[in-house]
Design a protein around this ligand. Structure first.
Ligand code: NDP
Ligand code: BG6
Length: 513
């Protein structure tokens, strides 16, 4: 009997998946994301034979670009950014199906031209095509694009059928609770929720998906996964990169909006949520929302504050000097944008009552690493009292999301020898060692899932609103405070003292992953 029949829970991960004949339309197709991620993702899907036979790609943007030029740019993007080399025979199949339509994002007539081009394709191939719109422009034009998809009738093609129109929306999804609600309002006035795919590319990462498998396909974890055994949880999303040339965007954003509200909260939700009743999208999203709802409002003021924020100052990374945030191009002279944020959260439910969850994310930190570390309580009693002979550590299970994807467990072991001495040891599992290192990129999985209509790895409207509801009071508080209370950390370090203080108040320290 196949595994998914014996364990219906695994069905969603093992079922054979295929997309209907599709045309993907990318808005903002002359942009950075399209070149670095979207075109390479589509190419890699083609290479793996995962695109439907009647697949077409239409780039859309304001500049007039002939089809041939877009095809040349796309091939160049694949050569530069794809995880696998451009193979002529694959590209020869894809290139003639790669087209461009130019027009404004608020120009209804241009959307009608786009609709006519899609209708022309359908006539040529002799069948109905699903349209998957990928909104990859700056957020200022998200709403006009959605409205024009509605007004031109493109949003309602084949509605109610499996090949109904679908739309992927890039981040940032709003800048606070009010703007996220307004964007949801615009989207749901045009599309049904089942047509909408709000992206968080962390959900497309292999190791993030594996978190569900580790938690719910292994019986050993669930009995321990609660306040009786877990002392606290640390989630770190650390980057080595600085703001680079992105200050125009980042000055309006900061670490809380850019990384915590979305990527880090998603990691938290998947780590702490209850087991879903099945692997279908709604069951998983329901559990994530319930978990986010159980997070208590944060204290923002005084010594007991649950939040810390900081900016990087000049420092050394990999032995090389790097400038501080205030010296980066296009950063305001009085900028109070945080490049690091940390939160201490309490989840008020039966499972997690009293267990602190610590979240941190920052740019220009010591090392690029994303990990979830579950620290268990110490063994009771004092059979092995801490002494020179008995070095003991609390058991820690760490999921390393990136790089060096894997899992590790810290245990205490006897040092071989004639007397009993102990030392903490690390049990390691590395994906690359077991499975090889050529895993699909997040965008490959996400584009394919949206084509299939599987929303499991996308954010539902209420999920994003709940997450904004948690962080908006912090944003408002920081806006009022300006630079007061903004801490500093040297580039190349693990973050500011104020973040260490969040843990110290409970007798904890951050791991150095
Ligand atoms: P770009 O700044 O490269 O813009 C994409 C395209 O949108 C441009 O090529 C341009 O196309 C059009 N555009 C640019 N500015 C404006 C404007 N002010 N008004 C209208 N149209 C404009 O963006 P990215 O490709 O970097 O990002 C696209 C989306 O993806 C954004 O929402 C971003 O937040 C998100 N994202 C990007 C990541 C990245 O690594 N780049 C990572 C994660 C998310 P044209 O002039 O041809 O119309
Ligand atoms: C993006 C942020 O969403 O994620 C960037 O806007 C950040 O600031 C990036 O650098 C990190 O993604 P990854 O996949 O490199 O960890």
């Amino acid at each position: 009997m196949p595994d998914h029949e014996r364990h219906p829970f695994l069905h969603g991960l093992s079922k054979h998946r295929g997309a209907p004949p599709t045309v993907v339309v990318i808005f903002g197709a002359s942009g950075d994301l399209t070149a670095r991620k979207l075109i390479p993702a589509i190419y890699n899907l083609a290479l793996d034979g995962l695109l439907p036979a009647d697949f077409h790609l239409i780039g859309y943007g304001r500049k007039a670009i002939p089809d041939e030029e877009f095809q040349r740019d796309a091939a160049a993007a694949i050569r530069e950014f794809s995880r696998r080399e451009l193979k002529d025979e694959i590209w020869a199949g894809l290139a003639p199906r790669t087209l461009y339509v130019s027009g404004g994002y608020d120009e209804l007539a241009a959307f009608e031209r786009l609709a006519a081009r899609i209708a022309g394709l359908e006539k040529r191939v002799g069948q109905e095509l699903q349209t998957l719109f990928y909104v990859s422009t700056p957020p200022s034009v998200f709403a006009p694009i959605i409205r024009n998809l509605g007004a031109s009738g493109l949003a309602s093609r084949y509605v109610g059928q499996p090949h109904q129109s679908k739309v992927i929306i890039e981040k940032p999804f709003g800048k606070d609770l009010a703007s996220a609600r307004e964007l949801n309002r615009v989207i749901t006035s045009v599309f049904a929720e089942s047509q909408v795919f709000r992206i968080d590319h962390y959900l497309g990462k292999e190791t993030v998906q594996d978190l569900l498998v580790q938690r719910f396909a292994n019986a050993i974890f669930e009995p321990l996964w609660n306040r009786n055994f877990v002392d606290h949880v640390q989630i770190t999303v650390a980057e080595e990169v600085g703001v680079g040339t992105r200050a125009g965007y980042y000055e309006q954003s900061g670490a809380l909006r850019d990384m915590i509200q979305n990527h880090t909260m998603q990691l938290l939700a998947l780590t702490a949520m209850e087991p879903p009743v099945s692997l279908d999208a709604e069951s998983i999203r329901d559990e994530k929302v319930k978990l986010l709802q159980a997070i208590q409002p944060l204290r923002l003021d005084g010594a007991a504050s649950d939040v810390a924020r900081a900016q990087y100052t000049a420092g050394l990374l990999g032995g090389k000097p790097v400038p501080g945030y205030m010296q980066e191009p296009d950063v305001a002279a009085d900028s109070s944008t945080e490049t690091f944020a940390a939160l201490r959260l309490q989840i008020n439910n039966w499972r997690w009552h009293g267990v602190p969850f610590y979240l941190r994310s920052g740019k220009r930190m010591a090392r690029r690493v994303t990990e979830i570390a579950v620290r268990f309580k110490r063994a009771p009693g004092n059979l092995f009292a801490d002494s020179d002979r008995f070095q003991l550590a609390a058991n820690t299970l760490a999921f390393q999301i990136q790089p060096d994807e894997g899992m590790s467990m810290i245990l205490n072991a006897k040092i071989p020898g004639l007397e009993t001495r102990t030392q903490p040891v690390k049990m390691n599992f590395r994906y690359a060692t077991t499975f090889g290192s050529n895993t699909p990129e997040a965008y490959e999985r996400l584009v394919l899932d949206a084509m299939i209509g599987d929303g499991t790895l996308f954010i539902r409207g209420d999920e994003t609103e709940r997450s904004w509801q948690l962080v908006t009071p912090i944003l408002e508080h920081w806006k009022q405070e300006k630079r007061a209370g903004l801490d500093a950390y040297s580039a190349g370090s693990w973050g500011p003292k104020s973040a260490a203080d969040l843990l110290a108040a409970h007798g904890h320290v951050w791991r150095e992953p």
